[in-house]
Write a protein that binds this ligand. Sequence first.
Ligand code: AMP
Length: 253
Amino acid sequence: MLSDRRAWIEGRDVVCSGVAAPPRRTWRLVLLGAPGVGKGTQAELLSQALGVCGLSLGDVFRAARDSTNHSPTMVTALEHMDQGELVPDQTVMGLLLERRRCFKCPARMGFLLDGFPRTLAQAEALDRVLERGAVGLDAVLSYELPIDTIVARLGGRRVCPQCKSIYHLASRPPLRKGLCDHCNLALEHRPDDRPQALRTRMRIHEENTLPLLEFYRRRGLLVSISADGAPEEILKRTLDASPFAGPGELVAS
Ligand code: AMP
């Protein structure tokens, strides 16, 4: 069973429920990739396959939007998000610090950071937080795909407002048109997936990613993975890649 990730989504002293039994080994991973490469879907599938907790700041912001009580900082963060811009590093680092105990969760088997870090300053802040907790990353998975394919994918992406499951009108349609398979709620087209916001996101991604890739390549952590094909094919490609390919490393899904 996967945890409900409440400690990550809400921060502070909240405790997660629905925690799985400990697996054979712990994985601490970062997922990188342009918007639309299918990173969120891989995060979901990998979390299940490896038994790790999927942690996404995008989910934190979307959950904050659904709540009624916004701090001024969160209001500004959501404005940036809706324009397709990155939330300022200072806000992001504050949220990270608030949630640092998730990196050493005693009941879980590691974590998978989806969409964090996105800037060099965030990568350096993450290093410091992990160092202080005496934990290190096992790998940084970089999902790669030509830009035309990305644009086609994003046009059809739909998300469940409740469980955050991701669908695609063409390649991963829900069982019932427009409704989440799990929650039966109407699927949403995210404001930051709309054309103008998308163009901004792609430009920002390109500006920030190269230094990040170099940062992790130098540390020997970077694993490049083609994000072409169906989600299950990409998952298999990921699990076949180093560092997962070692004998007896994987937890049965
Ligand atoms: P995602 O779901 O990861 O694509 O994130 C959605 C939006 O949340 C992004 O377009 C940003 O506005 C914001 N966001 C998520 N993660 C970060 C981050 N690490 N740094 C800055 N902004 C972020």
